[in-house]
Each structure stands twice: as C-alpha cells, then as structure tokens.
Ligand binder design. Sequence first.
Ligand SMILES: [Fe+2]
Ligand SMILES: [Fe+2]
Length: 143
Amino acid sequence: MHSVLTIYVKRFAMELEILKNYKLNIDRIDYEHYVLFSSLEELNSKIISNICTVEDFNTFFEMFSRHVKYEEAYMFSINYPYLGEHFRQHVNMLEAFRKSFIVNANDAIKNRYEISKIEALLLDHIDHHDLQIGNYVNEKLIK
Ligand SMILES: [Fe+2]
Ligand SMILES: [Fe+2]
C-alpha cells in the first residue's frame, strides 16, 4: 500500500532527476517535459485514491499531443536534420499512449502499470531523441 508520503517522495525524486539529467536547455521544452511527468504522477495519485476518470487520461493525452506539436514546430524552425526519425518516434508514442489509455480506462491496477510504461517510454524518448535537439542547438549556438 502506498502512503501519500511515498507518492510525494517518489514525485520529488523524479522531478529532481528530470531537472538534472534530462535537460535540453531549451526552456519551453524542458518546462513541458517537467509538466508531463508531474501530470503522470498526478494521474498515479488519482488512480490510488480511486478518483481517476477517463477525462484525466484524455487531458494528459491532449497535453502530450500539444507538446509534440510544439517540439516538431521548433525542430522545423531550426532546420533540425533528424526530423523524420523524430516525427516517427512521436507517432509511435502517440499510438502507444492511446492504446494504454483507451483499453484500460476502468482498471486501476492495469492503469498504474500502463502509466509506469508511459513514464519509461517518455524518459527513453527524451534520453535518446529530445536531448539530441539540445545538443544540436548548443553546437550551432542557436536558440
Ligand atoms: Fe520528442
Ligand atoms: Fe519532448
């Protein structure tokens, strides 16, 4: 059984990790990543308290879709050379998230499992793809 304190400690640890290790040094994108992870933790808390609704999932999905659109427009604006591959990754993630949320909207145990999968996917994507945008920007000294 998770206590409220455990949830807060976990959230705090994750926020610190994101701030420290997954920073692109592109303010808006960094902020949006932080908000996405905070929202996933919020969803986890709601699932534990049994007050999670389909709308909560939809809100996260829309937030993620908006983030992806902004990131793609940003990459386009700086002539980022690996656009195609990055776009494909976003499409795959949107598809994976959509499946996770629709199939399991009323199953708390499954939902927590799906959310940890989504967190892992998101971290992996930032680590392997988004951080490359930051490297490119820093190399070319564009902002
Ligand atoms: Fe991305
Ligand atoms: Fe991103």
